[in-house]
Design a protein around this ligand. Structure first.
Ligand code: ZN
Length: 317
């Protein structure tokens, strides 16, 4: 990606206009819209395909890009720098460039929603590695001007639903998944934790949810409310939008199981997902999976607040 960014800035991305400059006369037509001449400015900003990708990204965040000089990356670099979002145009350009190459060389079409989902997955990865703190603020729809405290309420599931909180823990060294099942009285019924090998945070979350559903199906609990703290995962399961390639298999498996049970999935703030968070972290340090109905003391304590319906406080700034 760094190399790709450097190539864009030095006109080394072989779009048709650059090839022409270098004396290679090729008939130029943008592969994505089939309407215009291909140039990097067109491909990454002006093309209808690029606009759709940007639109999806912007509508899924608080990005305010009004003051960015669109259309030419090199001239607008200072604008991007000023709003601390310098890596963003390169990330978008990278995935558009991949989509363009797939179409040109393999004749395979990637929908713009897929490209936007890949950009989002990449951003989530950066957020997880804390490499790009500024984007965290805009992607989580947090208003930086008005810090506020939200009470995060936990709801008990209505009878006969079982509530399942799942989570994934991901660092560049190891990953783990965990989940806890509770009934309508908030009584903990079963928990699991396991180490896992995954590509990124989103995949870890997806794996956690899949295993929770698999366990539930095996013990024949068929009414479910799943709570996860990844809004991206909720989106991928409830929308028909396509998921990043490495998540596809998980979404497919999850969707297959949920056709057989009564299922709802809801987003949960991390603060309200502490027991699952704790289990996922423990799971990442294990050498094997643990599934048990005997709830250990630390986990019991973490679930106490839920029984008493004490809200967590979440501070947004
Ligand atoms: Zn185009």
């Amino acid at each position: 990606m760094v190399f790709f960014s450097w190539r864009i800035l030095n006109d080394l991305i072989p779009t048709d206009d650059i090839l022409n400059l270098k004396g290679l006369k090729v008939p130029s037509r943008c592969h994505l819209c089939k309407n215009n001449q291909e140039s990097s400015d067109h491909l990454f900003f002006r093309c209808n395909f690029a606009r759709e990708v940007w639109n999806q990204l912007i509508s899924n965040s608080n990005l305010n890009l009004l003051n960015v000089g669109w259309g030419n990356l090199k001239d607008s670099l200072r604008d991007w720098q000023e709003i601390n979002l310098m890596p963003l145009p390169f990330i978008v350009a990278w995935f558009i460039w991949n989509a363009r190459n797939k179409l040109k060389h393999e004749d395979s079409v990637s929908p713009f929603s897929f490209v936007a989902a890949n950009c989002r997955a990449y951003l989530h990865k950066l957020i997880n590695w804390k490499k790009f703190p500024q984007i965290l603020k805009v992607m989580n729809k947090i208003d930086t001007q008005n810090p506020m405290v939200i009470k995060v309420r936990r709801e008990k599931p209505p009878y006969p639903f079982i509530k399942i909180n799942t989570d994934g823990s991901f660092t560049n060294k190891k990953a783990g998944i965990g989940g806890i099942f509770r009934d309508h009285t908030s009584k903990a019924l079963l928990y699991f934790k396991a180490p896992y090998i995954t590509e990124d945070a989103l995949e870890t979350e997806a794996a956690g949810l899949y295993w929770a559903l698999k366990i539930a199906k095996d013990v024949k609990w068929l009414c479910f409310i799943a709570k996860v703290d990844s809004s991206h995962l909720v989106e991928l399961i409830t929308d028909t939008s396509s998921s990043p390639w490495h998540i596809n298999q998980w979404i497919y498996r999850i969707k297959k199981i949920i056709t057989e049970i009564k299922f709802q999935i809801k987003f949960n703030y991390r603060e309200a997902n502490r027991p699952a968070n704790f289990l996922a972290l423990e799971g990442s340090n294990l050498s094997h999976a643990v599934v048990s109905t005997i709830i250990p003391l630390p986990l019991q304590l973490l679930t106490q607040g839920d029984k008493l319906q004490i809200p967590y406080l979440r501070i947004q700034n």
